[in-house]
Design a protein around this ligand. Structure first.
Ligand code: THG
Length: 377
């Protein structure tokens, strides 16, 4: 695609941290929930190597919160979430597929139970607010559905914990994975969770007052030197190795959790009721026709896949590569591909139509990338 600049307008929102992100030398953005989301600083490969060794500060404000608050908040949260939230506890995060009536993904947020009557759905890139507010209105539920002034700032990497201890104190260490606690900052109490869109460890700070964005960034970077802290962002190479899927790229409303391999986050074997459940149960009985799998693609180091690449078997189309790039640590091109069930088996070889010609590719389990990295380590 052309390397033209994005023209800023009111519809393309900056974040409370944008001035610092710019000063840190952001080299690429994507648009996510109508907001700027950095995609690279130095280069994808340098950012990746640094993320695996040190600490990075990520402006992930674009992971907007859909807030549901009021007497019917829990009821509505349960209805829209395939994840069983019936026992949701304050201080916990839940990866929660949100499905339409056919079982197709509308979003795959992290749901935070902020209080028994208050939930934040920390969303991927789709206008989930409209769906949630529409259901609330249609059912006349006693809730308010809003996008509050909340902007997540992630600290990721193996040194993230020590850094945040220097900023917020030893209590940071007590936060368990996918839990959050509150910490004071300039007169506010911020939710800080042990979570984030990498598998290098780290935290997400939910800043609930935009006017403190630069002060928060500066307070953290002031303590960053011992940890070689740099600005970073979700990294394409690391997230493919780690098996983290991007909504809109790896799955859309055409795909269900069974096809993407996310059924473990869906309450199919309980009496939890949620939108899309009947369709998923039917699909489970009938069997899926396509599945998201891993691929290793042969040949020279591939550039980041920016458009779906056709996958062929005996010259017939059998699927698409949804995300892919060269992994330095695996010394291989790695990818996710949505494949016809007839070829979605480990060891099957398909042809991928890349920008640099046809290449052979071998199907693997997505978790094999992480297994191979651990074996190499
Ligand atoms: N953080 C926050 N909001 C987000 C994301 C995030 N919104 C958009 C996007 N990322 C949502 N997608 C994911 C996908 C996976 C995970 C988090 C967000 C994740 N999964 C863990 C895993 O698969 O091992 C744990 C899941 C669990 O145990 O519930 O971390 O990153 N705020």
């Amino acid at each position: 695609m052309a390397e033209a600049k994005l023209f800023p307008t009111r519809r393309l929102r900056a974040t409370p941290f944008t001035p610092r992100v710019e000063a840190a030398g952001v080299s690429g953005y994507t648009v996510y929930n109508h907001m700027l989301l950095p995609t690279a600083f130095n280069s994808l490969e340098e950012d990746y190597a640094h993320l695996k060794q040190y600490a990075q500060i990520w402006d992930v404000s674009a992971e907007r919160q859909v807030q549901i608050e009021g007497p019917d908040a829990h009821k509505l949260a349960c209805m829209i979430s395939a994840r069983d939230l019936r026992n949701a506890q304050p201080g916990r995060c839940y990866y929660a597929p949100i499905l339409d009536k056919s079982g197709g993904f509308l979003n795959d947020p992290v749901a935070l139970c902020v209080a028994p009557d208050k939930f934040w759905f920390s969303i991927a890139d789709s206008d989930l607010l409209l769906w949630v507010a529409g259901i609330a209105e249609g059912l006349n539920l006693d809730v308010t559905v809003t996008e509050p002034d909340v902007s997540p700032l992630a600290i990721q990497g193996p040194m993230a914990e020590d850094l945040l201890v220097d900023v917020f104190g030893e209590d940071i260490r007590a936060i368990k994975f996918f839990r959050f606690a509150t910490f004071p900052f300039m007169g506010r109490m911020l939710n800080i969770a042990r979570s984030g869109w990498s598998k290098q460890g780290g935290f997400e700070i939910y800043l609930d007052d935009s006017s403190l964005g630069l002060a928060l960034w500066d307070a953290i970077t002031a303590k960053g030197a011992p940890y070689n802290l740099r600005a970073g962002c979700p990294n394409l190479i690391e997230r493919i190795e780690s098996g983290l899927f991007g909504y809109g790229n790896d799955m859309t409303n055409e795909d269900t959790p069974l096809e993407v391999g996310l059924e473990k986050f869906c309450a199919l074997d309980s009496d939890a009721a949620f939108i899309g459940k009947d369709a998923l149960l039917r699909q489970r009985d009938e069997g899926i026709k396509k599945k998201l799998m891993g691929l290793t693609i042969e040949g020279d180091a591939m550039a980041a896949v920016s458009m779906p690449l056709p996958c062929l078997k005996n010259a017939s189309k059998v699927g698409i590569v949804t995300s892919g790039i060269y992994s330095p640590d695996l010394d291989s091109n790695i990818a996710f591909a949505m494949l016809d069930i007839t070829v979605a088996t480990v060891g099957t070889v398909v042809d991928v139509e890349t920008s640099s010609g046809m290449r052979k590719a071998e199907v693997c389990e997505i978790r094999d990338f992480e297994t191979r990295l651990k074996a190499n380590a």
